[in-house]
Design a protein. Structure first.
Length: 686
């Protein structure tokens, strides 16, 4: 509109000046007195100037009317870069200069570069590219096994190196597709006010690469699609569709069978014929090699630095580039900073490609607010986790949790880890064919940085409660015997990191939960925690029970502390705890607990070599367990008393008591029956 103002003014001013000059000339002609030469010259000059200005303005108006308006979309691309011009411009990386308009009136450039520059656009991969053999092999297999048009996709989290890997692979394929290799950035991670590249825009771009003078202004979408297919029909062309957003964006761009397509995306989406390859982080040796390529002075610190970067290519590039250009930073200094403030330290270096936090934010911002909140809560998991755990932390049923977990995996904000059969775990515990989920360390840091006040506390409470139940479930399986023993231990081993994290959080924040943790896994903890670890748990639980004024819990934890010290061989320390537990159990009238305390005191004195004192405690235990009908406790007391008596040389009574213990163990199907039989055999009893 602004372009038409000046020509319009010229027309108006010129017309007014011309009219004034004509009226002045008529007035001069009818005047009664002669008019001077100067006034005639002024009228002639005014007439000429008015006519000239009017004609100039009219011609300019006609020219602006025929040209495209300033609201047209113009796409400009050049070798190895990305630009955006015009009011509605979109970034497209290419190797040519192309202009186009989205409505009638567009004009094509007067000069078109050579055809080979227009059709061969693949940017080279970075010179420091480190070959990732496993992923390249998967790409070759997926690409060449297609029955129709070769259609292959690379998916993975932001910063994992999908585009770089794809370019390296595409370069190797270029000779098989000599007619064209076209590169389009589909802007799948664009956020408001930008939008992903529309299929129609991408089609126009491809068509103009082959036919730069094609007039596409009046074509409908269907006609444009037909033109697109016709343009590619019979050609051996490779389309590299980078940063795709969805199947709806890509599907219209699929070419005829003579062509091939390579797609990269953070989103996993279904597409007929698509062979998808998930790109993960680098292997340790690949990451170390990459760092040494970027900055040779990394040297012996390469392994530690690669691990701190989570083996993520973008993080490795940022760290290596920073160290390469900042010689005043020593490797220990940088590693210390990286461990304390990882995301801030991995801000973009001077020659790094992109900022890590920005890359993560592109995926994160595409979630709804509720999805963001639930994704942030996953930062509570220090290791891989199962579906029931996510449901517990989110306070959702498993079906709803499964739907959201799948969506987060499609967004590459979460990794799915297939199960590794065979698994002894039952269904619903991360085994039985369900698989696990994992949040990359750097994404976990990002999630923590976005947590609102109180979010982590709420998630940590549900996490600790859930894994208290898992620990109890493992103990229950173990007590069921037979094959369930292995299942119970396997469940604990699978979830050990979470169980320990849950107990640590409970020790700091929840006395009730802290007091309950050791009891939930009384049997498996004996086999899976070191005595020192168990003592730490029990001491925390004892303090929690005392804060809660829970005398029964206090007595249980004192007795278990005695057992832990006995396992360490410190019988005297064990006796101190047993005596405290015995006093509490007598105070509250817990006869079963009292019997257990007496039996434990007998074992401790036996360990000190005082068999007579040990027998006294066993006899007192025997009275109580018979009184309350505790057959297991009765068998244990008889067994231990027989051992002590045999050591004192009272073999006849010892054999008699051991036979009574064996009868009880056989009745209740206790595993101690074999122990009793073996002892009798050792003592010469058949």
């Amino acid at each position: 509109m602004k372009r038409r103002i000046l020509p319009a003014i010229l027309v108006i001013v010129g017309s007014a000046l011309l009219l004034a000059s004509i009226l002045s000339a008529l007035d001069n002609a009818t005047a009664s007195e002669p008019v001077g030469l100067g006034k005639w010259l002024f009228d002639v000059l005014g007439t000429l100037l008015g006519a000239g200005a009017g004609i100039k303005g009219w011609l300019d108006l006609r020219q602006k009317k025929d040209a495209p308006s300033g609201s047209e979309t113009r796409l400009t691309a050049f070798d190895g870069g990305q630009v955006s011009t015009g009011a509605g411009g979109k970034n497209i990386q290419a190797g040519i200069y192309i202009e186009k308009a989205e409505f009638p009136g567009a004009v094509l450039p007067t000069a078109v570069p050579a055809v080979q520059n227009r059709l061969h656009q693949l940017p080279p991969p970075p010179r420091d590219f480190v070959e990732r053999a496993k992923e390249l092999d998967e790409l070759r297999q997926a690409f060449h096994n297609g029955r129709a048009a070769a259609l292959c996709g690379l998916t993975g989290m932001g910063g994992v190196g999908k585009t770089t890997l794809g370019l390296a692979f595409a370069r190797a394929l270029a000779q098989d597709y000599p007619d064209a290799q076209l590169f389009l950035d589909l802007k799948g991670t664009a956020r408001e006010p930008e939008q992903p590249l529309a299929p129609a825009e991408a089609m126009r771009y491809v068509i103009h690469a082959f036919e730069p003078e094609a007039d596409l202004r009046a074509l409908s979408e269907a006609e444009l699609a037909a033109f697109y297919c016709n343009c590619l029909d019979g050609k051996k062309a490779l389309l590299f569709l980078d940063n795709a957003r969805s199947a709806e964006q890509v599907k219209p761009l699929l070419p005829p069978p003579s062509c091939a397509v390579l797609i990269t995306s953070r989103w996993r989406f279904p597409l007929p014929g698509l062979k998808a390859v998930d790109v993960g982080v680098m292997k340790a040796d690949e990451a170390e090699t990459f760092l040494l390529e970027l900055c040779p002075r990394v040297g012996a610190h390469a392994a530690a630095l690669a691990k701190a970067c989570g083996y993520l290519p973008l993080a490795l590039r940022i760290a290596g580039s920073f160290l390469a250009v900042n010689a005043d930073w020593t490797l220990p200094e940088y590693l210390d900073r990286l461990q304390s403030r990882r995301l801030a330290t991995l801000a973009s270096a001077e020659d790094a490609e992109r900022d890590l936090e920005t890359v993560f934010a592109e995926s994160y911002e595409n979630l709804s607010e509720d999805e963001r909140q639930k994704w942030r809560a996953l930062a509570v998991f220090p290791a891989s986790f199962g579906r029931p755990a996510a449901a517990a932390v989110w306070d959702l049923d498993e079906s709803a949790a499964h739907d959201l977990l799948s969506r987060l995996c499609r967004y590459s904000l979460l990794d799915f880890l297939p199960p590794s059969p065979p698994s002894p775990l039952p269904l619903g515990e991360g085994g039985g064919g369900e698989g696990r989920y994992s949040l990359h360390d750097l994404l976990r840091d990002f999630a923590i940085s976005r947590l609102a006040e109180g979010e982590m506390e709420a998630a940590a409470l549900r996490h600790a409660e859930h894994y208290h139940q898992v620990l109890s479930r493992a103990d229950d399986l173990y007590l069921q015997g037979d094959e369930n023993i292995l299942a119970g231990l396997a469940l604990f081993d699978r979830e050990a990191e979470h169980i320990k994290a849950g107990q640590a959080w409970a020790a700091a924040h929840s006395p009730e939960l802290c007091s309950a943790y050791p009891h939930a896994g009384a049997y498996v903890l004996d086999l899976r925690l070191t005595p020192k670890e168990k003592i730490a748990w029990l001491e925390a639980a004892l303090q929690a029970a005392r804060r809660l004024h829970n005398r029964a819990g206090e007595g249980v934890h004192l007795g278990n502390l005695g057992n832990a010290y006995a396992a360490l061989g410190d019988a005297r320390q064990a006796i101190e705890f047993y005596e405290q537990a015995l006093a509490i159990d007598r105070e509250i009238g817990d006869r079963r607990g009292e019997g257990a305390d007496l039996g434990n005191l007998g074992l401790a004195y036996a360990a000190l070599g005082d068999a007579r004192q040990a027998i006294e405690f066993y006899e007192k235990q025997l009275v109580i367990v018979r009184e309350i009908g505790d057959r297991r406790g009765e068998g244990n007391a008889l067994f231990n008393m027989a051992i002590a008596l045999h050591g004192l040389g009272e073999k006849k009574r010892a054999i008699e008591l051991m036979k009574q213990a064996l009868a009880i163990f056989e009745t209740i199907e206790s595993p101690y029956a074999n122990w009793a039989r073996n002892k009798l055999k050792q003592w010469g009893v058949k």
